[in-house]
Structure formats: C-alpha cells, structure tokens
Design a protein around this ligand. Structure first.
Ligand code: GCV
Length: 717
C-alpha cells in the first residue's frame, strides 16, 4: 500500500472512531483506568446471573456485558443459576426466589413500580450484588444506574440503593413534522423516517430508545404540536406501531399530537365540535383503532386554540370541553390527554404574560382525571430567563405537568454552549408559596404539594439526525440533564454536569473541574449577553435568530419585541406591578409582594416586572443604564473565558469533539458580541447615555445590525 493511501485509510478510521464518540452520547463506556475497580472485578466477579428471559431483560444483560467489556475489559459468564458467590444478579421481583425476596422485603417497600434496587447482599453467607425492581424495565433502569456508578468512577462496595422516579410521565415532545423538518430543531432532520417505515427499522430508533432508557425517559410524543391530522390515518398509524414496537422494550410509550380538526380533515365530518355526537364517536373509534395496534399507546398531546391551531373555541366551547371529550375517548384504554396551557390571544392588548393563567385557572377541578395540563416553565415562551409560571401551585385540583424546552430556540440554537439543567433547576426550586413557604414548583410537579395521581415533565426535544444527535456536543448534556431531572426534580445541576462529563468525556479531575465550571456558568452568560435584568422576547422575528429589539411592525402586538421592553426616554421594562398590568397578582401574596415592590424584586427579574428609569440605582450602585451595559459586556467576557478554559481541555479528550466545541465557542463569542452591540446601540437611542468604562465599542452601526436578514435560518416552522 502506498504511504499516501495508508495515511488516508488511517485518517478515515480515526475519523469514524471519533465520529462514533459523538454518536455514543453519555454511553461511552470508556476504559476505567484510574481506580482499583478493574482489579476488584477481574478477581472477584464470578458471573452475571440472569433471571427471566423477556426481551427487556436480554437488553439489560447485553448492556451489562458491553459495559464490563468496554470499561473493565472482562466478560463475566452469563448464568441462570445462583451457584457460587460474587455474582451480579439481575431480574425482576417475580423472577426472584423467596430467599432473595425476603432479604429485600423492606427495599421493595421503598420503591414504586418503576423504581429499582441495587444492593450488595449475602445469601447463604455468600456475597452477591443484585439489581432488581418490580418489572423488567425497572431492572433495566437499575442496570443503567449500576453502569453509571462504574462510569463515574464510584465505588461498588456495599451497594445499597433504592431509587424511584418521582414523576409518572417523563416525556420528550418532538416538534417533528411529517416531511421530517423539525420546528425549532437545530440538529438536522427528524429521526423518524416515515417514508421507510414500517418495514425499515433504522438502528437509530434502537439507539434513541436505549439512550432514553438510560436516563429514565418513559414517553415520546413523535409529532409536532402544530399537528398534522395525517398521522392519525391507518397509513401512518402502521408506521407509529412499528416505532412503538421498538420503544416498548425500553419502557418507552408512544404518544401523538391530536389535531383538533382531524374529524373534518381525515374523518369527512362537517365539524370538530367536541359536543357533537358524531365527533365524539369519531374520536372514540380512532382511539380504539390506535389501541388495537398499540395496546400501550400513551395518549394525545394537544395544542388547541393557540397560534392558529384549531380547538374547541372554534365551536363556542372551551378547553375543558375539548380535553374531556378526548379524555373520554382514551380512558377505556388507560390513555392520557396532555392539554397545553400555552395560549394567548391577539385580541387582548393588556399583557400576554397573564393570559394562560386568566384562561386556565378558573378551570381548576373541571378536567377529567386522565387529563394533565402541560404548562411552560414561564408565562411567555422559553426565554433565557423567566420567573416561574403563575399557574404552578394555583390549580390544586388539576394535575399540572412542566414543559421545558431542551431545544435552544431562544438560547443560541445548537451553536451556543448553554447548560440548561441550571435553568430547569432554578424553575423547579422556585417557591410558589401556594401552601406556605416551601411550596416549590418541583413539589407541584411531582404531586407532593397536592396529591395528584398523574404527574409529569415534558421536554421539547433537541434531537435530530445529526451524527451527534443534538448539533452541539454539549447540547447532549441538556437531553441527559432533562432526563435526570424528570426522574428526580430535586437533583442538583452541578451533580448532573459532573455525571455527564464523566460519562461523556473523561474522569480526569483536571478536565472535570474547569469544564464543569463552564457549564454551570453558561446559562447566566447567555442571559447576560441576550436578555439581562429581566429583559425578554427581544429576538428577531420568525426564526428567532439573533437580536431584534427594534422590531415593531408585526401584525399581532404581542409578537413585537417593543411590546416587551417598552424602552423610552424615561426608562425600560414592562410594568407588571400594581401600577401596570398587575400580573404580579397572579402569584401567591408572598410572591406577589416580592415581585411587586421595586425594592424587593430580584434584580434578575427587574425589567420583567417593572419599568425602571435609566438612572435607577442598582444594588451595586451603578445606574440602570450602566449596569445593563456592563451585564451585556459581562456575558461576552464570560464566553471569552469559556473559550480560554476549553483550550486547556485539548489534552484530555479526542480531537474531533475538542475542535467541534472550539469552533462553536468561537461562533458563540461572535454572536454574544452581536447581541451585546446591537442591543446596546438600540437602547442607547432612548437612554441617550455613553457606554460606561469597561464596555467595548460596538463593531458596527445599528443600521448594519438592523439590515441583517437570515431567510434560511433553521427551525422556522
Ligand atoms: C410549536 C413558540 C414557538 C413555536 C411553537 C410554540 C408552541 O411560539 O416559536 O414554534 O410551536 O411556541 O410552543 O406551541
């Protein structure tokens, strides 16, 4: 072979090896180098005892084999009997003998249906490790958790873990269209290859299910909330069934979005009125048809009477009528309706932030018991920072589920490194005070505050068919972190970052510490360079790419950034206090008081709740104008600092991912500067003040920034 060809081949092989790293997400199973673990296992582990033979148990068995092989370079024997000691036993409760069941009695009492036990036990004086749960999927969750212990370099001595998910529905919402475009998707096209389904099962479907199971996600809505009724036709249901068959083995239920007008569009009815008997019958039959194919079908997610989507109000009915009609259709099969509270009207000029609460709160207690209302984390729309949605805690008789956005529609697409669990944690920890101090959003979501049977967390997926799934290597952490928080909404984002880095890159502390710091700081950085001090919704129109605080010409008032920042000569910010729209009154009195008073309102939310003069003194003594300008600059500086830290990471990880992140950080820096310059130049027109010392001069004129057009920016549904 000529040396040139050899070099070429070598390059190809090493390239594909690194590309695989990107693809493997947090399931790298890197060799465990720096602990006594390999020795401990090589010498001691006698075999894996597999009890049960379902497909799911086989998946668990294979996963363990792979983990041991890749991480510890051992291939323990697979056995079905319990002879000898130092075995690793896996199997669900029903497959265990009475001696083990007795040994674990109190542990089983501690877990719910999906929970798992990982425990070092002694059977007839012989030491064993057991991974079990009340069903096979729970065992699979336990296996992934056990492997994570190895991946993160923790000890496996004296294991004693009993862990259960705190929410029932832990679900990804894919805003995927049938033509494979993804609304607000920045990682390529949809994973679902409808054209080749049902006969062609892409390996990606299996890998997707495996990744989700590894973090406890148990549901997926395959289609966009801006729905297409065609998905409910037999032609497509056959394809959905094929996906459900793959996902089921990993404990993942399939859900679909229901277009409210489907009875007209595909059912040839004249109306979709939820009180019409033919319509009611049509949905009942449709549900029966779906459940015949997919007995464990999860149910429907519905966006109704929102942003042009049809709904019950088209027929003079309300959200309760619509949701309950669908709830009746799926109830006989155990299905659930997730009804979205993301509603706002162009006919209400007062304050968009108040509308979902105003419309939904009075419905408390009126929904059927298999309806759960899905509420976005904040009252506007997935901004870099929003105070928690006032509906949380305000509907005690209605199950509410959280909707987070994992895809970064308003946070730099898949180009910016932003670790979202930090944002998610901030929301979950927020105290609603609805039942006194300590009534956190997390407690509303997991049913602790008001005991609801249904609980859940949804995340708008950031997954596409890009090689690395999520566009940015670090956006994988947001998928991972979402899953971990859906399982346990009380987890700390720093712990999640630590786990993810170890599982994805390396256990070397010299790498972990600085890079974890980048992740933790990244959310505040994006707030600073896009929307500091409570600013919101000042992005450009349609695609939402880049700054557009000047936009004021859109047909609906509440689509215009000027509606939100209200900058004028006197100051800036949306007055939602008593002197303004009184949106603060939608919160519990303690929170209302806090937000309403300029003195006590947290500065991070200042301009969300108050219109403040340019000379207003911030807590650090700066005027609002200077403080705002310095915050924008701080955001840019933070990205620069992230770049500097990342440069030092080169020696710890593979070239490909290192360079990908390096290039992306460079774009992030440029875009941070773009946001900073464009916003400051624009707001400066109103403040009439110079930029303070420490803020770099803008690189272009305001006219230049205003002239930028991006007709093909991705994700624009
Ligand atoms: C799926 C925002 C997004 C839309 C999205 C909508 C929603 O308005 O820009 O793309 O539509 O939220 O959550 O329904």
């Amino acid at each position: 072979m000529s040396s040139l060809r050899f070099v070429f081949l070598f390059l190809l092989i090493s390239l594909s090896a690194s590309a695989q790293k990107d693809y493997k997400l947090w399931l790298q199973y890197n060799a465990v180098k720096n602990t006594a673990l390999p020795a401990e296992y090589k010498n001691n582990l006698k075999g894996i005892v597999v009890l049960g033979n379902s497909e799911t148990i086989k998946i668990a068995e294979k996963e363990l084999q792979k983990g041991f092989q890749d991480m510890l370079d051992i291939s323990p024997e697979i056995k079905s009997d319990l002879k000898g000691e130092n075995n690793l036993i896996i199997g669900s409760k029903s497959a265990l003998n009475s001696e083990i069941k007795n040994e674990l009695k109190s542990d089983f009492d501690k877990i719910n249906e999906e929970g798992f036990i990982i425990k070092s036990i002694s059977l007839k004086s012989k030491k064993q490790i057991i991974i079990t749960g009340k069903n096979d999927v729970a065992v699979l969750y336990g296996v992934f958790n056990f492997l994570r212990i190895l991946q993160t370099n923790k000890s496996t001595q004296n294991l004693n873990i009993a862990d259960s998910p705190k929410t029932n529905i832990r679900i990804l919402n894919h805003w995927d269209n049938l033509d494979r475009t993804v609304e607000r998707g920045y990682a390529g096209f949809s994973l679902w290859n409808w054209q080749k389904l049902p006969d062609f099962i892409d390996q990606r479907y299996i890998d997707y299910a495996r990744a989700n199971a590894s973090i406890g996600i148990n549901g997926t809505v395959l289609t966009n909330v801006n729905a297409n009724a065609l998905i409910l036709t037999p032609q497509y249901l056959e394809k959905v069934e094929a996906l459900a068959n793959v996902f089921r083995l990993y404990g993942i239920k399939v859900y679909l979005t229901a277009r409210f007008s489907a009875p007209i569009e595909i059912g040839k009815l004249k109306t979709a009125d939820p009180k019409d008997v033919e319509v009611i019958k049509w949905w009942k039959n449709k549900a029966a048809e779906i459940y015949k194919r997919i007995p464990d079908f999860g149910g429907f997610l519905v966006k109704a009477n929102s942003e042009g989507q049809p709904g019950p109000q088209n027929y003079g009915r309300d959200h309760v009528d619509g949701a309950n009609m669908l709830a009746d259709a799926v109830a006989p099969f155990g299905g659930v309706i997730m009804w979205r509270a993301f509603v706002y009207s162009e006919h209400d000029a007062n304050d968009r932030a108040k509308q979902a609460y105003a419309e939904f709160q009075p419905y408390d207690g009126k929904f059927k018991e298999n309806v759960i209302v899905q509420v976005k984390n904040g009252a506007i729309d997935f901004q870099p920072r929003e105070p928690f949605h006032p509906l949380f805690g305000a509907m005690p008789k209605t199950p509410l589920m959280m909707e987070f956005q994992i895809t970064q529609e308003y946070l730099g697409f898949s180009t910016h490194l932003v670790f979202l669990p930090k944002l998610f944690q901030e929301v979950l920890e927020s105290d609603t005070y609805q039942k006194g101090k300590g009534s956190t959003v997390a407690k509303v979501i997991d049913g602790t505050l008001y005991p609801n049977k249904l609980t859940g967390i949804a995340g708008v997926a950031n997954i596409g068919n890009d090689l690395n799934w999520t566009g940015h290597p670090f956006a994988q952490a947001n998928w991972y972190g979402f899953g971990r928080l859906a399982w346990n909404p009380y987890l700390d984002s720093e712990t999640i970052a630590d786990e993810w880095l170890r599982c994805t890159f390396s256990n070397d502390d010299n790498f972990i510490q600085p890079v974890k710091n980048i992740m933790i700081e990244s959310r505040e950085a994006v707030v600073n360079y896009m929307t500091p001090l409570g600013l919101h919704h000042i992005m450009d129109t349609g695609h939402h790419y880049g700054p557009g605080p000047w936009v004021s010409n859109l047909s609906r008032p509440e689509w215009n950034p000027t509606y939100y920042h209200k900058a004028d000569k006197n100051g800036i910010g949306f007055d939602r206090s008593k002197t303004g729209t009184n949106a603060t009154a939608q919160y519990a009195p303690e929170v209302e008081k806090l937000f309403d008073n300029l003195e006590t309102c947290p500065e991070k939310d200042l301009l969300w709740f108050h219109h403040v003069s340019w000379d207003y003194k911030l807590k650090n003594g700066e005027t609002l104008w200077n403080g705002m300008a310095l915050k924008y600059q701080e955001g840019v500086n933070q990205v620069e600092a992230m770049q500097n830290v990342w440069k030092k990471a080169e020696k710890y990880i593979d070239n490909e991912r290192f360079h990908e992140v390096e290039m992306l950080l460079e774009i992030q820096y440029k875009e941070a500067k773009w946001w900073c310059d464009a916003c400051l130049l624009y707001f400066q027109q109103f403040s009439g003040k110079e930029l303070p010392a420490g803020v770099e001069k803008p690189t272009q004129t305001l006219d230049y920034f205003k002239s930028l057009k991006f007709p093909f920016a991705p994700g624009n549904g």
